[in-house]
Ligand binder design. Sequence first.
Ligand SMILES: Nc1ncnc2c1ncn2[C@@H]1O[C@H](COP(=O)(O)OP(=O)(O)OP(=O)(O)O)[C@@H](O)[C@H]1O
Length: 604
Amino acid sequence: MDRNGKVLRSTLFLDQVGEVAVTLDPDVLSWKPLNRGSVASSCLCMKRHSKIETEIKFSNVYAVEFIDRGLIHGPPWNCGGFLLGSTSEMYRFVVHGFHKPETCCSPWVLSEYTFGHEDLQKCQMWVEDINAYIKIGAGRPKSLLVFVHPLCGKGRGNKTWEMVAPIFSRAKVQTEVKVTKRAGHAFDIISSLSDGELCSFDGIVAVGGDGLFNEVLNGLLSSRHKVPYPPAPTEFNYSVNDEKNQMFGNNSKNNGRACNNDENGLSPETSSTSDDREPLLSTSESTNKCGPCNTDQNPAISFPNDWFRLGIIPAGSTDAIVISTTGMRDPVTSALHIIFGKSMSLDIAQVVRWKTSPSSMDLPYVRYAASFAGYGFYGDVIKESEKYRWMGPVRYDFAGTKVFLEHRSYEAEIAFLETEKFDPLTGITDTGESKMQSSRLSGQSSNKVICRMNCTVCNEAKNSGQFPSNRAITSPNVHSENSRWLQSKGRFISVGAAIISCRNERSPDGLVADAHLADGFLHLILVKDCPRPYYLWHLMQLTRSGSNPLNFDFVEHHKTPAFTFVSSHDESVWNLDGEILQACQVSVQVCRGLVNLFASGPEV
Ligand SMILES: Nc1ncnc2c1ncn2[C@@H]1O[C@H](COP(=O)(O)OP(=O)(O)OP(=O)(O)O)[C@@H](O)[C@H]1O
C-alpha cells in the first residue's frame, strides 16, 4: 500500500538479483524475482545476503535513500535473465535495514537492497512511500548529543564512532558530536546545559565505556534529580536523619566540576544534515513525551521522564552496562537500538557520601551509578589500576592480582533495608515471619528469573503503578511500611552493590545473574574475611557461566532497595561504575527506572 492505503506494486530491478516484482504492504516490502531460473540459481550464488531474501519488514528498515543514476548488476550467474548477467545504468534507491541472526546474542547484521528503474519519478515515488512507512515507527530520535571518548578501550573511541556515524546520517538522525578532551568534560557540558538546550535533543549517546556513561549520567542528574536523601537507620547517626536534611538531596554545586566555557560551547562539531524537517514523532507523541519543552514557559526537565533516553555505543574496556542491557557488545547493534528508538527503564543507584575519611567534616556529596558500587577489593583494584594506566585495559588484571595477593579486609558496618518482596513466578508477596530467612538469598535458588527483553519482573513493577513518570521517585520499596533495617558488622574483603547483572566478557553471567534492570532493587554482596584460597574460589566462579559465585558461607547476598555503610578506615575507596569515590560513610538507594535507555533488554 502507498501512503493513501493502496497496495503498491511495480517491476523494478534489484541489484545482484535482476528484475523483480516489488510489493509494498503496511508492514513489509517484498519482491519476487521475475526470472524463475534466478531463484534457484540465486540460492547457490548469492553471497551478498546470507540467504536468499525476498522481503524486509519495515520494523527492520532504518533508512531509504535515493542515490544517483548508476549501475545495477544482474545476477552473478549468466542465467538468461533480463539483465543477462550484465549491468545496466538506471536511477537507483537503497533500502537500508538489518537482520537478527537466529543464534541468541549475535550482533545484528546490516543489510542493504539497491533497487533501480529507468524512470526517475518512479524511483522517487518509491522512496517517498517507503519513507512514510519508516516514519510510522514511533519513538525514533531526531536529534542526539553524542560524546566520544577518544582514548577509551585501546584508543578506539573515534574509530568506533566513525564506523556507526553513517548509519545515523542515513537514518537522518542529527548528531551533535563532542569529542571529550579530558575526564569530566562530558559531565561539565551536560550539567551546564540549560533545560531548553537539553530539550532540543531526544537523548544523549556515549561512545565509550562504563566510565563515560557514568559521567553522562551524573552530568544529567546532578541538578535535575530531586529526591530526598537515602533512608538510614537511626544508628547511622548522621544528618541524613535530621529533618532539615530530608530536603531534596541533590546539589549541583557539590557535584559539579568547574565549567570551562570554551570547551563547553555547543556549536556543532559534526552534524548529519537532514533535508527532512518533519518530526519523526507524531505531534501528539511529541507533546506527550516532551511536554515541558513544547510550552512557552521555561522548560523544566526532571527525572524520570518518558521521552529523554540515553544510549551507549560500546568502545570501552569492559562495557558491562551495554552487555547487561542489550546482551552483546556490538557498536552496530547498539547504534540500531538507538536509531529505532528502543526504550527501556533502568534503575539507578544514588550514592550519598557523608564522610570522606573518619575525621573529615563534609557536606553530603551525591553520585549516581548505573551498574555497580563496590568497596574493599573492588575499590582497591580500581585505585591501584590508576597507577598503571599506561598498560591499557590489561592493567585491571595486573592490579587485580596485586590486590588479591595483598588480601586486605576492612572493618565495616552495613545496614540494609529488608522489604516485602513480590515473586512474579509464584505470585506470593513475601512479608512477615519469613523475612529474616528470605533476606539472605540462596545462590542455588531454583526459580531465578533472568532479566531479558519484556521482562515480567520489570514490567510488573511498571504496570503495578509503582513506576510514576514525570515526578521524583525513589524505589517504592524504600518507603514500604513493611520494611525494616537489618545489620551486618565485621571484617569484609569486599562489599559490592550490583544494580544490574554486571555481565561482561570475563564474567558471562555477571556478578548477579538474576539481577533486574528495573525492579527497584540492588543486590548487596558482602564477602566476609576468609582465607585467600576461598576468595580465589569465589572470584573464579564469577568467570564461569552457570556457576554459583554467591553460594559460599563467607558470602552474604541481600536484595535490597537501600543500604548504609560505615567504615573507620582512613583510605576507604569505592568503585562506582569503574570510577573512584573516596568515602568511609555512605548511604545508597535505588531510584527505580530513573532513566530510559535506548535498549530493549538482553537477549539471553
Ligand atoms: N578525553 C579524555 N581523556 C582522558 N580521560 C577521559 C577522556 N574522556 C573521558 N575520560 C574519562 O576516562 C575514564 C574511563 O572512560 P571509559 O570507561 O569510557 O573508557 P574505558 O577505556 O572503558 O576506561 P577504563 O579503561 O578506565 O576502564 C572515565 O573516567 C572518563 O571520565
